[in-house]
Design a protein around this ligand. Structure first.
Ligand code: FAD
Ligand code: FMN
Length: 574
């Protein structure tokens, strides 16, 4: 507590106020500039698949706690929605997943809100921050739908919704400060307070990735068409820590051969410096190698490209504004196809990079337990290679890791995923379903469960096309069966026989046993392909519950929903 000198010329009341003011100011606490009224109630709700929206909701809570608010934060899956009509101020932060779908923890709330069951919401103030990625056709759809529906139901929009692209920090600040200004304008922002709020972001992070040495990098497949790399990175000296279930963010570099082909096809002097997304400058070549996205196409870049290009094809595509036509054109094409097949006019390098998006880091589910591999983090990466429109192509990050990362120290950061965690009680049985690279977090889970001496039982469903070439981590998994860490290992080799067999088929075959495990309180985890596998596994889970639990489809859906709410059904799908 700051004390003023005894002879300072203040009354006792003035002295007490000033001492309190100075103490709080130096501690970085918000000061109400005048005696504040009753605290403003605010409920922050989040819908999040990989932790971004959840992180922002918690950041907002911290911010509100510094002002004249009575805030609480809730996961949309556990929020008691019967209280919604009585809320004064509801702030919703949600991402969009799959093809314009809500994240898992928001699915139930979303369905209910958009249904005829949703109540009138007059008297409720709300605002929505929608997270998304503008390269998806249904940009921020979940947030948009929730925002429109709340207004439809009679709630009052406090601050306009903001649709955030992959970099959302600026928009988050803008949105949250607008709300604070509106709801409790007397909360004075003390200089430096924002920095105090951001202190948790010190050290290596997404904004400041750690240059990590690659310790191991090899193909786990034994021949065959697939290429899946096990890659170990060093975290030595980074101060970074992670938990099993987290993901690693990785900053890739573009393929120099593609960059050079782009440069040689541009009709202006390419030997110049250009601005970078981080505000600095670099040569155009360096900028295209490390800072700008020169990969797959989407509607947004075509719309920017078309007016500069004389291409009649692009003109008709943009004029038709048809989602399917855009998707068909973009599939299997990259920036190089626009440069070569639909040349456009740019005055210089700055003009050219002005229409490109920042090269984004990629996320990978961590495949190691930090307790089994201190100072290291392991990934299991499926290398993306394909041929389309007469050209051999590859995923930016995966070909960087497979072909161009020798001797490199790629930037990495830990992306916490609290929505994908082992049960805290080691007696709880665990069922894991992770075909293909979906095995990654389960390798970490098994390492951790073994170290924990978890007695609850571990069951893994794994699958891939062929047993001989695609049995990832075969030695480790078989050793876990031998030493009893794995109680059950069910393997689906989809192309080793005439009939295709997938993990979801094995789940249904083993339905009776699966139901017994669920009855014993097992937690069910899924990781891997979101577009088909995760949906099929979800259907299989519903079918098993209905058949072996003797339930109707509606009751089975209710049971599975309850599993989600109890954090006993968690997914890390992409
Ligand atoms: C939370 C999370 C966890 C993840 N964990 C893992 C993991 O553990 N292991 C893993 O391997 N990946 C994982 N991923 C996926 C990973 O982040 C990358 O998306 C993936 O590695 C591809 O990145 P890339 O840069 O190589 O490909 P990009 O350059 O991003 O290109 C991918 C794009 O190429 C196009 N494409 C791909 N194949 C074809 C084809 N045959 N024909 C036409 N077009 C095609 C598609 O448009 C596709 O979207 C995860 C993703 C998330 C969000
Ligand atoms: C598999 C996958 C599907 C996605 N689908 C969409 C989409 O349809 N529309 C969109 O705007 N964003 C989409 N996104 C982007 C996410 O909404 C965005 O990354 C967001 O920041 C994630 O926030 P979260 O971690 O809180 O879930 C998708 C991301 C992934 C990995």
């Amino acid at each position: 507590m700051i004390r003023l000198p005894d002879d300072a010329p203040f009354t006792a009341e003035q002295r007490a106020w000033l001492e309190d003011f100075l103490t709080k100011t130096l501690a970085g606490v918000a000061i109400p500039s005048k005696p504040s009224g009753p605290a403003v109630p605010v409920t922050v709700l989040w819908g999040s698949q990989t932790g971004n929206a959840e992180g922002l909701a918690k950041k907002l809570l911290k911010r509100l706690k510094k002002g004249n608010f009575e805030p609480k934060v809730e996961d949309l899956s556990t929020y008691d929605r019967s209280t919604l009509p009585a809320e004064k101020n509801v702030l919703i932060i949600t991402s969009t997943y799959g093809d314009g779908e809500p994240p898992d923890n928001a699915a139930d709330f979303y369905q209910w809100l958009l249904s005829s069951e949703a109540p009138a919401l007059e008297g409720v103030g709300f605002s929505v921050l929608a997270l998304g990625d503008s390269s998806y056709p249904d940009f921020c759809k979940c947030g948009i739908d929730i925002d429109l529906r709340l207004a439809d139901l009679g709630a009052t929009r406090l601050v306009d919704r903001i649709d955030c692209d992959v970099d959302f920090d600026t928009e988050f600040k803008q949105w949250s400060e607008a709300l604070v200004d509106l709801l409790a304008p007397e909360t004075m922002v003390v200089p430096g307070q924002d920095e105090a709020l951001d202190q948790s972001e010190e050290g290596y992070s997404k904004k400041r990735p750690f240059p990590s040495a690659i310790l191991q990098n090899f193909n786990l497949n034994q021949g065959g068409a697939k290429e899946t790399h096990h890659i170990a990175f060093s975290l030595e000296g980074s101060g970074l820590s992670y938990e099993v279930g987290d993901a690693l963010g990785l900053v890739p570099e573009n393929d120099p051969a593609v960059v050079d082909e782009i440069l040689s096809n541009l009709g202006f002097n390419t030997d110049t410096d250009v601005p970078l997304p981080n505000g600095k400058e670099a040569s155009l070549r360096e900028a295209l190698l490390k800072y700008y996205d020169i990969g797959t196409l989407n509607k947004s870049i075509i719309q920017k490209w078309q007016p500069r290009s004389g291409s009649p094809y692009l003109r008709s595509l943009v004029e038709a504004d048809d989602k399917k036509a855009y998707e068909d054109f973009c599939w299997g094409r990259d920036l190089i196809d626009l440069v070569v097949d639909h040349p456009a006019d740019f005055s210089d390098g700055e003009d050219f990079v002005g229409i490109l998006k920042k090269l984004q880091p990629r996320l990978y589910s961590i495949a190691s337990s930090p307790n089994a591999h201190p100072g290291e983090v392991h990934l299991c990466v499926g290398i993306v290679r394909y041929e389309s429109h007469g050209r051999k192509r590859g995923g930016i990050c995966t070909t960087f890791l497979a072909d161009r990362a020798k001797g490199a120290t790629p930037g990495v950061f830990v992306h916490s995923n609290k929505a994908f965690r082992l049960p805290t009680d080691i007696e709880t049985p665990v069922i894991m379903c992770g075909p293909g690279t979906g095995i990654a977090p389960f390798r970490a889970f098994l390492e951790e469960r073994k170290l924990q001496g978890a007695k609850g039982g571990n069951w893994l469903f794994f699958g891939n096309p062929h047993q001989t070439s695609d049995f990832l981590y075969q030695d480790e998994l078989e050793a876990y069966v031998k030493d009893g860490t794995l109680d059950r290992l069910d393997l689906a080799w989809s192309r080793d026989q005439k009939e295709k067999v997938y993990v979801q088929n094995l789940m249904e075959q083993q339905g009776e046993e699966l139901w017994k495990w669920l009855q014993k309180g097992a937690a069910f985890y899924v990781c891997g392909d979101a577009s088909r596998m995760a949906k099929d596994v979800d259907q299989a889970l519903h079918a098993v519950v209905a058949q072996h639990g003797g339930m109707s489809d509606e009751q089975a859906a209710e049971f599975v929903n309850q599993l989600k709410k109890d954090k006993r059904y968690q997914r890390d799908v992409y």
